[in-house]
Write a protein that binds this ligand. Structure first.
Ligand code: PEP
Length: 251
């Protein structure tokens, strides 16, 4: 039984005041719900304060990125241990904006997954194809490569701390959501890969979120797909009135 998992990736948006107002609104409405897991991913400078504001709430807090190294001369980077130290419980790894805008490749992403798990963080590993890759018929090949590389060396027990997010690059921030059928096909394919890499029980227990222009008006249809276990939400996670209906559809 996979509990739906709705995560809000704030990207480089909001300021301290609006971030605190947002989590206050979420905290009040999410209350003590246990039928859906909710997490927010603030910019790292606000993590400490947001984690404190959510103390005692089931809403979890995560970092949007982490360094693959533990400490040292890596100017501008933030380690997974530092994220954990200020209250993060999770981290996004391999988000398409990191892969495509900052040139992060599979090997770096693999190291980040290891660094995060070693620091005690749970991981959301993002995979997804570009529009060119989809149109060339390479979707499965691309997500398989990203999934295998990202999980290389990760044990079956560690998979209990990993969520996979299928985020077609062409759907992120564009308003072009994948159809339920498109999402369902890739999610089922990813679950099959997890079964091959680990086992049927690990594949059945691993949550696979869909991400890419999820909004209140398409969440119900996407969440109804068998292998879709929640959503990674960008734009619609920045306001309680946009994010809460997605959470409420999912529980
Ligand atoms: C994301 O940031 O992971 C995302 C899916 O963004 P959006 O919901 O805005 O497409």
């Amino acid at each position: 039984m996979r509990i739906p998992f709705i995560a809000g990736n704030w990207k480089m948006n909001l300021d301290r005041r609006s971030a605190l107002e947002l989590v206050e609104g979420l905290r009040r409405r999410v209350g003590e719900r246990r039928d859906v897991e909710v997490a927010v991913f603030p910019p790292s400078v606000y993590l400490d304060e947001i984690a404190r504001a959510l103390m005692g709430s089931p809403i979890r807090v995560g970092g949007q990125n982490c360094c693959d190294e533990e400490s040292g001369a890596f100017t501008g980077e933030v380690s997974a241990t530092m994220l954990a130290d200020v209250g993060a419980e999770l981290v996004l790894v391999g988000h398409s904006e990191r892969r495509h805008l900052y040139g992060e490749g599979d090997e770096l992403i693999r190291r980040k997954v290891h660094a995060a798990l070693d620091a005690g963080l749970d991981v959301i590993l993002c995979v997804g194809e570009t529009i060119e890759e989809r149109e060339a018929g390479h979707t499965e090949q691309v997500v398989a490569r990203q999934l295998r590389a990202g999980l290389e060396g990760i044990s079956a027990p560690e998979m209990a701390r990993v969520t996979v997010a299928y985020e077609p690059v062409w759907a992120i921030g564009t308003g072009h959501t994948a159809t339920a059928a498109q999402a369902g096909e890739v999610h089922a394919y990813l679950r099959g890969l997890l079964e091959g890499l680990y086992s049927e029980p690990v594949a059945a227990a691993t949550r696979i979120q869909y991400g890419g222009s999820v909004k209140a008006d398409n969440a119900a249809e996407l969440m109804a797909v068998t292998d879709v276990d929640g959503a990674l939400v960008g734009g619609a996670s920045l306001k309680p009135e946009a994010f809460l209906p997605i959470i409420e559809f999912s529980g």
